[in-house]
Design a protein around this ligand. Structure first.
Ligand code: NAI
Length: 249
């Protein structure tokens, strides 16, 4: 028996990195996966899933726009008539510290990394609350939503917002049996990290401060997401789960 058999799952930022791994794993576990992304490569991920015995559909959307959320959720209602799992995964980096961060960059990173999570939960709950068995929302925060780094001010502000947005939504949506949890990845080897950290040599510093002494893999985040998406975690809500090799231990 597959762990997500019969479930409809929407994964944002599904074209690359962690979102791609989540989409492929969820599909292998029996979910129909709506792969969404602002770039067209999300269609390649959906095609890969469909070519390998799974079920997927690509929707192009910008997670920072409420009109895109409305049309995505309306599409899912029309074609699948339910939504069981939402993974708010899409995100962008932002490296500047408080002193150097420009106001416009603050707004952009907050819009894509934090406002998107609010918009996504608000749009998805309309459909999800109609499920007799409730649903699961998983928000991809970061270790930088739990501890400070002295840099990435907008990114940290956004990921910290996601941590507590998750907790308040978990209390609010409990009456619908919709569980809301956040995942806090450490440094995961994806295109985002290759560009941001490894190029500057910061990656090695982060590895040195990680008890398991290595970077994480997208699949290791995806497996934690799978547990929270599945009914195996039916009594878990409002949790902030680090997947970080012990970095925040
Ligand atoms: P990535 O850059 O490989 O993938 C992010 C995806 O989000 C891309 O496909 C991109 O096109 C999409 N995206 C960006 N802006 C969007 C928008 N406005 N609307 C819709 N889609 C958009 O990044 P990665 O590493 O896979 O990150 C995924 C999530 O995991 C992000 O939220 C990130 O902050 C978080 N994370 C990643 C860590 C890492 O070390 N890679 C560590 C902690 C958290």
């Amino acid at each position: 028996m597959h762990r997500l058999e019969g479930k409809i799952a929407l994964v944002t930022g599904g074209a690359n990195g962690v979102g791609e791994a989540i989409s492929k794993l969820f599909a292998r576990e029996g979910a129909t996966v709506i792969v969404s992304d602002i770039v067209n490569e999300g269609k390649d991920v959906a095609d890969y899933i469909n070519d390998n015995g799974g079920k997927a559909y690509f929707i192009k959307m910008d997670v920072s726009k409420s009109c895109d959320w409305d049309s995505t959720i309306n599409f899912i209602k029309e074609h699948y008539n339910k939504l069981d799992v939402l993974v708010n995964n899409a995100g962008i980096p932002g490296a500047e510290n408080v002193e150097n961060l420009e106001e416009n960059d603050w707004h952009h990173v907050m819009d894509v990394n934090a406002k998107s999570v609010f918009l996504g939960m608000k749009a998805a709950v309309r459909l999800m609350k109609q499920n007799l068995n409730g649903g699961s929302i998983i928000n991809n925060s970061s270790i930088w939503g739990l501890v400070g780094s002295g840099r990435s001010a907008a990114y940290q502000g956004a990921k910290g917002a996601v941590t507590l947005l998750t907790k308040t939504a978990s209390v609010e949506f409990a009456k619908y049996n919709i569980r809301v949890n956040s995942i806090h990845p450490g440094i995961i080897l994806t295109p985002m990290v290759k560009k941001e950290s490894l190029a500057t040599g910061r990656g090695q510093v982060l590895i040195d401060n990680t008890p398991l002494n290595r970077l994480g893999k997208p699949e290791e985040v995806a497996y934690a997401m799978l547990f929270l998406a599945s009914d195996e975690s039916s009594y878990i809500t409002g949790v902030s789960l680090p997947v970080d090799g012990g970095y925040t231990a």
